[in-house]
Ligand binder design. Structure first.
Ligand code: NAP
Length: 248
């Protein structure tokens, strides 16, 4: 059976690297994005060049109607999905907690936490043997920040990833007997555009000396862990929080 995998936030960075590696492993790959259709189309072309089928879907994971439409698009094209990577996530500009607006907190938790819950809910409805599915695997992209705390930088982001860790553990137990494995990868500082979106484009390399391995991770190195957790090679792994952070 050909795996059918939806990756949120796959137009660049870790999501795009995961899409390409899924293609190498023979998955059909659904590439979600919010704004940059051109970048998502380019990732789809790369997936196809690797011999796999691809589709792109514009959807904001924090909007329930968008999430429902996204899963229906995958259903219509390929049928029930077997893999979900909850990768879409945001940071915000550097701030202390006593400087954070309510709007900032709402956006952070809506995308990073509610979005992952909504997508996982829709995936379970399709994968669970209780719902007539054949099982599957969900990988949540958390962060080393969940245990570091993000002090003086973005405690809101770190706390949103803490929620993802707890969500991973809880959901994994809920659906373990229904053919679904749920795990998280916790990347350390990885060289992607997320740092520029938080106003610190040089952040990944600027912090290299604080990383035991003295360098940021490459998105492909995070994707390796995600794709392993999706695969049958991880058949007895569920509820795991896998740090991929160069020792950080
Ligand atoms: P990135 O380069 O900023 O890419 C983010 C992706 O998410 C883009 O494809 C973006 O699409 C999409 N996205 C943003 N908001 C979305 C929304 N509301 N709905 C759907 N898609 C949305 O980020 P990245 O560094 O690859 O990060 C990927 C994941 O890894 C995130 O969850 C992040 O928290 C986590 N992580 C990253 C690092 C790091 O150092 N890079 C470390 C730890 C954890 P558009 O461009 O089309 O908007």
């Amino acid at each position: 059976m050909t795996p059918i995998t939806l990756i949120t936030g796959a137009s660049r960075g870790i999501g795009a690297a995961t899409a390409r590696l899924c293609a190498v492993q023979g998955h059909r790959v659904a590439i979600n994005y919010t704004r940059d259709a051109g970048a998502a189309d380019e990732v789809a072309r790369q997936v196809q060049a690797l011999g796999a089928e691809a589709m792109t879907i514009q959807a904001d994971v924090s909007q329930e109607a968008d999430v429902l439409r996204m899963f229906e698009a995958v259903d219509a094209r390929w049928g029930r999905l077997t893999g979900l990577v909850n990768n879409a996530g945001i940071v915000d500009v550097k701030a202390r907690v006593d400087e954070m607006s309510f709007e900032r907190l709402q956006r952070m938790f809506a995308i990073n936490v509610h979005g992952s819950f909504l997508c996982a809910r829709e995936a379970v409805r399709r994968m669970s043997t209780q719902h007539g599915g054949v099982g599957g695997a969900i990988v949540n992209v958390s962060s080393v920040a969940a245990r570091a705390g993000g002090s003086n930088q973005y405690v809101d982001y770190a706390a949103s990833k803490g929620a993802i860790d707890t969500f991973t553990i809880g959901l994994s137990k809920e659906v373990a007997a229904e053919g679904i494995r749920v795990n998280a990868v916790r990347p350390g500082i990885t060289d992607t555009e997320i740092h520029a979106s938080g106003g610190q484009p040089e952040r990944a390399w600027a912090l290299a000396s604080q990383i035991p391995m003295q360098r940021p991770g490459h998105p492909d190195e995070i994707a390796q862990a995600v794709v392993w957790l999706l695969s049958g090679a991880a058949s007895y792994t569920t509820g795991a929080l896998l740090d991929v952070g160069g020792g950080r």
